[in-house]
Design a protein around this ligand. Structure first.
Ligand code: IPE
Ligand code: IPE
Ligand code: MG
Length: 259
């Protein structure tokens, strides 16, 4: 009884600290587009002597918490790197498991996303995705199409170099068939050939798990983004960590080459 009361008090206390932090952060501009390389699921599981897939499952819960907080903070777009074009190199059982997670995640949380005005989107190569994975995402995109709160953008089977090469190919085709004059091609026009057409570039990139690299993520789009790295493994990433990253972002001075 005593223990329960103490636990309750602790939770309430924690949430009021969190609330204060959220309010403080909202006094300053928040990044409009936050992109996260959600890394470290496998190591999280290994530390607990669990199969790697247990880390992916745990990571899914963090996606929900992060989405809800991002929405509350007024972030416009949250892009989550969930599976790269290189991740097919992993053992089949792991890939199969990851490809089932969108169904599980959206099966549980889609009503909550709809209710909270979140719009689901996806960037990445759809063709290689299993039908069941794509159907789950397309259903979510369809049901949230008219929402105008946070855009929750999953990068699934996404790879930036291939994206750029494909954009170049489309540019060539459009110049050959007269849709585009080569003199019209500039950075903005080129951006419209990428999978992220219509999205602003990320203001803030977060990568968990202590790896300091991009792993083929948004090479073009991150040209002037602020980077925030943490050793925390994705399943351990909490609301406090997201708030910390945003606090750091708010203190950065972005110059874009100016003075
Ligand atoms: C990130 O966690 C999730 C995906 C890449 C799908 P990892 O599975 O890469 O976890 P680590 O890096 O092996 O710990
Ligand atoms: C990057 O993580 C891809 C995702 C988080 C989806 P990886 O775990 O695949 O990256 P590397 O192999 O360590 O660079
Ligand atoms: Mg990894």
């Amino acid at each position: 009884m005593m223990f329960n009361k103490m636990k309750l008090w602790k939770n309430q206390n924690n949430s009021s600290i969190l609330r204060d932090k959220i309010n403080k952060i909202k006094e300053l501009p928040v990044p409009e587009h936050v992109a996260i390389i959600m890394d470290g699921n496998g190591r999280w599981a290994k530390k607990r002597a669990l199969p790697r897939v247990a880390g992916h499952h745990e990571g899914m819960k963090v996606v929900r918490k992060t989405t809800m907080l991002a929405n509350e903070l007024g972030i416009k777009t949250l892009t989550l790197y969930a599976f790269s074009t290189e991740n097919w190199k992993r053992p089949k059982n792991e890939v199969d498991y990851i490809m089932k997670l969108p169904e599980e995640f959206l099966g549980t949380f889609l009503p909550e996303l709809v209710e909270n005005n979140v719009q689901v989107k996806m960037i990445g190569y759809k063709d290689q995705l299993p039908g069941h994975t794509l159907r789950a995402i397309e259903k979510a995109m369809d049901q949230t199409r008219n929402n105008n709160g946070l855009v929750l953008n999953f990068a699934l089977n996404y790879g930036s170099r291939l994206e750029i090469v494909d954009a170049v190919k489309k540019v060539i085709i459009d110049t050959q068939n007269g849709k585009l004059q080569s003199s019209e091609l500039d950075e903005q026009v080129f951006s419209s050939y990428l999978m992220t057409a219509g999205f602003a570039d990320p203001d803030l990139l977060i990568r968990t798990s202590g790896e300091i690299r991009l792993s083929n993520f948004m090479l073009w789009q991150l040209a002037y983004s602020e980077f925030w790295f943490t050793d925390v493994l994705w399943p351990d990433f909490s609301e406090e960590h997201l708030l910390e990253a945003i606090e750091v972002f708010q203190k950065r001075q972005r110059r874009f080459g100016g003075i």
